[in-house]
Ligand binder design. Structure first.
Ligand SMILES: [Zn+2]
Length: 320
């Protein structure tokens, strides 16, 4: 009898678990749809392509701390920029314009509300319009707004990725090595390194044979290729969450890979090797492995974080 009750309790627990997961998945889907609808609507009003709004919005979400999961649009303006200097937050568009604020009414309710997603997107659209509609014009507008090269580059690249895959719900991920090859790895993040003075190990080493294909784990853009003293032949990709994925010690690159290229999860970018720890071409100073690192950028600075839990998750996903 006791066992029976225990099984019942377990089943109920599992049922609740599965249904809350399903609800979360559904909510997530809805938010992508809501966002896309708003971007497309703003495109219709301003003739600025939807993927620029999507990329700016994604960028602002990336740099915010503790974003509420139901937040639809993350673009925000400083009150003084929105309402204008000296305006006591009057939302009338004419008053705002009089005070040199940039807030605009996008949904036609005669209020320019900095907490209304349609007003915020429309205001961003009107801001961009002042500079023009070409890629170069938008780049200049973004530079004047964010004042940092990497931010502008990240937004422009994200826009290209959204455009290419014609969507914003780019949530697929894969493990960097194909599951039908032999490999092994442990959590080595934060270990001390001997070569080149005291450094900590900013990544996970995945040991595999020479020539094992190395794949992009995410959607993103190739940001950097070339030789590095520690990394050997390495390649860096940046994804739409402004995370930089660093692959090192490759024996060679995939033939046609180049900076600026857009990749998707599973695209082969190179092959496992043991290059590095010397001048260009140095190889064989340690067993062949892929060094995989992840770096987060918050719009001001960049720091390394532990890729191991993500690798474990992507590996599991590939086996399901
Ligand atoms: Zn390593």
């Amino acid at each position: 009898m006791k066992i029976y009750r225990l099984i019942c309790a377990l089943l109920i627990f599992l049922f609740i678990q599965v249904s809350t997961d399903a609800i979360h998945a559904k909510e997530e889907e809805d938010i992508y749809e809501q966002r896309m609808e708003l971007y497309k609507k703003t495109e219709a009003l301003t003739l600025i392509p939807w993927y620029y709004f999507a990329a700016i919005d994604q960028y602002e979400r990336n740099i915010q701390k503790d974003v509420p999961s139901d937040q639809v649009i993350s673009i925000s303006f400083e009150p003084i920029e929105w309402f204008g200097m000296g305006n006591a937050k009057n939302k009338n568009e004419m008053v705002i314009t009089l005070f040199h604020g940039i807030g605009k009414d996008g949904d036609g309710d005669n209020k320019a509300d900095p907490n209304n997603p349609e007003d915020v997107l429309y205001t961003m659209g009107r801001y961009l319009q002042q500079y023009g509609y070409s890629k170069e014009d938008i780049k200049i507008a973004l530079w004047n707004h964010y004042q940092r090269d990497l931010n502008v580059q990240s937004i422009m690249n994200t826009a290209r990725v959204f455009k290419k895959f014609n969507g914003i719900e780019l949530t697929d991920r894969v493990f960097p090595l194909p599951s039908n090859y032999n490999y092994s790895y442990n959590n080595t993040w934060g270990n001390r390194r001997g070569f080149g003075g005291l450094r900590i190990h900013e990544g996970t080493d995945i040991f595999a044979d020479y020539g094992t294909p190395v794949r992009s784990t995410t959607y993103g853009v190739v940001e950097l290729i070339g030789w590095n003293l520690f990394g050997g032949w390495r390649i860096g990709l940046r994804d739409v969450h402004n995370i930089y994925h660093y692959y090192a010690h490759l024996s060679k690159y995939k033939d046609d890979i180049k900076v600026g290229q857009i990749v998707k999860p599973g695209d082969v970018i190179g092959y496992v090797g043991s290059t590095g720890y010397g001048p260009p071409g140095t190889s064989g100073k340690f067993p062949p492995h892929l060094h995989y690192g992840m770096y987060k950028d918050n719009g001001y600075s960049e720091w390394s974080f532990d890729p191991y839990p993500y690798l474990k998750k992507w590996e599991r996903m590939g086996k399901e």
